[in-house]
Design a protein around this ligand. Structure first.
Ligand SMILES: [Zn+2]
Length: 247
């Protein structure tokens, strides 16, 4: 179920952050088993059952999902939006001040980013593929969180395709290197590549946001979904939820 799971307690409550894997779900090949993406051609009932399983593991909290479009738009979401069954926003980042609501970001090679300011009670997620990293979706999410009162944000980067595995045409590599030098990479075969997660890490460093980076390359780790490796495949997720202390 979980590739990585972390829980942090503070006087204001707890913060739970995790990245799922492809195990312990009900989807069949090529989506087996814990596919959380509704847009990839899997049976909708299976995806909904998988999402329920993940929610149950997080204590039954509702999960907000986005319609991800490889842009830099940020949406604020509330527990009421999700509880009322409202469709998820078309965006690549979400922020919220609500506790008891998990924010989810789906990936299969792109970089999932979890953001939080425990004291301010603000959380966020971002989906950073190559276009989103270059468009600045993560700095945009930080800005939206600061607008909600966040001052002391920290980040967790989840597993994604590594710079050795993400081959791109020379022109694309050069454009990325010009915008974010840290994202320039070379493949295992010595050809031009991009390290999207390194680009995101440099954006977070530039913003003064401390970072925890969960190791793992999606293309090399069989427990994780990888679009580059498999083509038709599922999506795993990064999730973050804040739970207020019971007084
Ligand atoms: Zn790799």
């Amino acid at each position: 179920m979980f590739f990585w799971h972390g829980r942090r307690e503070s006087p204001s409550g707890s913060l739970e952050r995790c990245f799922t894997d492809s195990l312990d779900g009900v989807s069949e090949a090529p989506f087996s088993a814990l596919n959380l993406g509704l847009h990839v051609g899997d049976d909708e009932r299976a995806v909904r059952a998988n999402r329920e399983r993940v929610s149950a593991q997080l204590g039954g909290v509702p999960i907000a999902w986005m319609d991800q479009v490889h842009g830099a738009s940020v949406a604020e979401v509330t527990l009421d939006d999700v509880a009322s069954g409202q469709a998820g926003p078309s965006a690549d980042a979400m922020v919220s001040r609500d506790s008891g609501l998990a924010l989810g970001v789906m990936v299969a090679d792109c970089t999932p980013v979890l953001l939080s300011d425990d004291a301010a009670g603000v959380i966020g997620v971002a989906h950073a593929g190559r276009p989103g990293m270059l468009a600045g979706v993560v700095p945009a999410a930080l800005e939206a969180m600061r607008h909600l009162g966040a001052r002391d944000i920290s980040a967790v980067l989840g597993p994604s395709i590594c710079g050795r595995c993400y081959e791109v045409p020379r022109e694309m590599h050069d454009a990325a290197r010009q915008a974010h030098p840290a994202s320039a990479a070379i493949t295992w075969r010595g050809t031009p590549a991009i390290d999207v997660a390194a680009g995101v890490a440099s954006q977070l460093a530039d913003a003064g946001v401390p970072l925890e980076w969960v190791p793992g390359c999606t293309r090399e780790e069989p427990r994780l979904y990888s679009y580059r490796r498999d083509g038709a495949t599922g999506r795993f997720a990064g999730l973050i939820v804040r739970k207020a202390a019971v007084s």
